[in-house]
Design a protein around this ligand. Sequence first.
Ligand SMILES: *Cc1c(COP(=O)(O)O)cnc(C)c1O
Length: 377
Amino acid sequence: MRNNNAINVTKPYLPPMEEYVECIKTIWNNNWMTNNGPLHQELSRQLKIYLKVDNLGLFCNGHLALDIALKALELKGEVITTPFTFASTTHAIVMNGLKPVFCDINFEDYTIDADKIENLITEDTSAIVPVHVYGIPCDVEKIQKIADKYNLKVIYDAAHTFGVQVDGTGIGEFGDISMFSLHATKVYNTIEGGLLTYKNSKLANKLEMLKNFGISGPETVDRVGLNAKMNEFQAAMGLVNLKHVDDEINKRREVTNKYIELLNDIKGIKFLNYKENIKHNYIYFPIMIDESKFGATRDDIFEELKKYNINARKYFYPLVTDFNCYKEIHAPRDLTVAEYVSRRVLSLPIYGEMTNEEIYLVCNIIRCLYKINGKVS
Ligand SMILES: *Cc1c(COP(=O)(O)O)cnc(C)c1O
């Protein structure tokens, strides 16, 4: 049995076309395509409410937003971060002339192990850049305590956590700055896009300047800046998609629950821990495979799914520290848990439109592998 259509790890959310067309008509009416246009302003306003944050800025993508966040805080020296992430996190640190110092992750939720941060702090440390990986919040309380004790900045890579709340508080309220990605493959998109939420409202001006060539007035340029502005077509997509994001998240919750229902009794498969006090966004559905119980490896499952045109992804493998561009520069560290998890984790396909048929297909393939190889005890 082979599918005609591939099932990929995700399917970008596109709104009904008429809604988008309706929204972009205003661009022709105003003749305003970029540089803080009316749609941009309206999207900022609506997102502040949706994300429950006081300060927010929009950018052309998440990576440049993170880059600008690090620049705005004028960091120096070393930054403690996680190797279990997408390339962007580390690239932003290194491109700012900072040295990434890699901290191991938790076995429970794969976020940075807050208990191991303090050991890595030196007199050169200026910040911590943790990642709310798979949309699961880091131990924000413990991280803030450490930051306060050593006078460090905290910049969250919150690329995965659009709409996530902790006890009713928007995830963007934690740390000094958080970066959300609004890329096509994320839970909520503006085609490409990103945003920063931040604690200190005084940063607003600086962030605005940094994303617009450092320009401060018609004849004044005060900073060395970038061009990282969100345009009106992106903002329009954001406004339209914002009306559908709750529906998308609800559908993803149902997909998640179906997966868990269908895979729950298989030995050697571990799911994320979905906590009661967290409002999740179900951006990914990673499973971790213990081959001693499952009877086959993560790579076996990956290859078997591939035969059926199902493209799961090994998020996050390899670790950043194993990238060709970073292998040489990073000092040896104890990354035992990150290495263990990275070799065993597999993100299964998830998107709002995923049908029960597709979920059954994925799960049946995994179950067959287990039946053939698994140790039934
Ligand atoms: C997607 C992503 C980014 C980069 O965001 P873009 O909007 O694609 O630039 C950064 N960090 C993580 C963890 C991501 O998943």
